[in-house]
Design a protein around this ligand. Structure first.
Ligand code: SF4
Length: 366
């Protein structure tokens, strides 16, 4: 089934490490943007599309009003067949007032992804976040009170001042919250951002510390009984992100909004990162990618997942046979080195392998 992604490119303030497409929030622009999103969604009506996930990503989707979010959800409901949908909204803790949370529940949002990032206020300040941990903790607890039983938190690895004991404290505090999903990201210094300078490079984790932090996180989450189902994602009670799984298993998705990507009708395409062009066009402008090599994508994406590569599926994809042959030769060597493990259907990466996934994937493809 198809997933629907809506990009909401507004932020209250730009975080100095972030290179996602976003612009400063303005109420009038957000309203024009909401109307353009609805117009684009309506254009899919009557095509017999069935979807089971809707994901609001950003930017800061929780900066939209509850009414605007509800209008977009209702438009999706009226335009495609929504079947038992997972409806996720990425949220900045400062936007999650009690009133907003109940509006979002009423609008049909049933999953929140909250950008907590750390339980250490000095680390949050370094990241330029607008919230401290007390605010983030309150937002998550208020969300649970408002009826959200599927809450994810984001955690950043490699921040200035984060060592193994500090990460351990953050994870322990996150695990005390009513959450069922955790996504962890390694801080990357993106070109052209305020963090792109020697001072920040010197102060943030080097490769050795980053590896130590990641493996410590894996250890803590395993000890807590969570499922490490994707390289940077953990779930409990089976609460995997159904929407993100679509990206990793090559399911189709339709992206709406400036900067949104789609993989639909056998083609990959995107809408340019230009909010003005998106708002003023009757239908969003589209830039098509070169035809994807699905077998290569399958190798890269399935190795992100704990269930790994299914060799039968790989063989069924055009051109998959040559990758399957190469994996048949390379994977046993990786198993010997502790980077891969055999599964019922093929091979998967170990935690050590996840850390070195880029190198391992190159070995499988070239
Ligand atoms: S709130 Fe999120 S999307 Fe916006 S600038 Fe910060 S990290 Fe980037």
């Amino acid at each position: 089934m198809t997933g629907i992604y809506v990009h909401v490119p507004f932020c209250a303030r730009k975080c100095p490490y972030c290179d996602f497409y976003s612009v400063p929030y303005r109420a009038d622009t957000a309203e024009q943007y909401t109307r353009a999103v609805c117009r684009n969604i309506e254009s899919f009506a009557g095509q017999g599309i069935a979807a089971d996930t809707l994901y609001f990503g950003g930017g800061t989707p929780s900066i939209l009003t509850g009414e605007q979010t509800g209008r977009i959800i209702a438009t999706v409901q009226n335009s495609v067949q929504l079947c038992d949908p997972e409806i996720t909204l990425e949220a900045n803790p400062v936007t999650l007032t009690e009133a907003k949370l109940s509006e979002l529940r009423e609008a049909g949002v049933n999953r929140l992804s909250v950008g907590v990032q750390s339980a250490d206020d000095r680390q949050l300040e370094f990241l330029g976040r607008l919230h401290d941990f007390t605010r983030a903790e309150k937002a998550v607890r208020d969300a649970a009170k408002a009826g959200f039983d599927n809450i994810s938190c984001d955690l950043m690895l490699g921040v200035r001042g984060q060592d193994i004991p500090s990460l351990t404290r953050t994870v322990e505090r996150l695990l005390m919250l009513p959450i069922s999903h955790l996504s962890a990201y390694m801080l990357q210094i993106e070109a052209g951002t305020p963090f792109d300078c020697d001072a920040v490079r010197r102060e943030t984790a080097d490769d050795e510390l980053m590896c130590g932090l990641y493996l410590r996180l894996c250890e803590l989450m395993t000890a807590a009984g969570w499922e490490h189902y994707e390289i940077s994602s953990w779930a409990r009670d089976g609460r995997r992100s159904r929407h993100n799984m679509k990206y990793w298993t090559l399911d189709p998705y339709i992206g709406i909004g400036a900067g949104a990507h789609s993989d639909f009708g056998g083609r990959r395409y995107s809408c340019p990162k230009d909010i003005g062009a998106f708002i003023s066009a009757e239908l969003q402008p589209t830039e098509y990618d070169d035809p994807p090599d699905r077998a290569e994508e399958y190798v890269m994406l399935s190795l992100r997942l704990s269930h790994g590569i299914d060799l039968e599926r790989l063989n069924s994809l055009p051109g998959g046979g040559r990758y399957a042959e190469r994996i048949g030769k390379q994977a046993p060597v990786m198993v010997e080195h502790g980077l891969m493990r055999p599964t019922d259907r093929g091979f998967a990466l170990t935690d050590e392998g996840f850390l070195r996934s880029n190198g391992v994937i190159v070995q499988m493809l070239v």
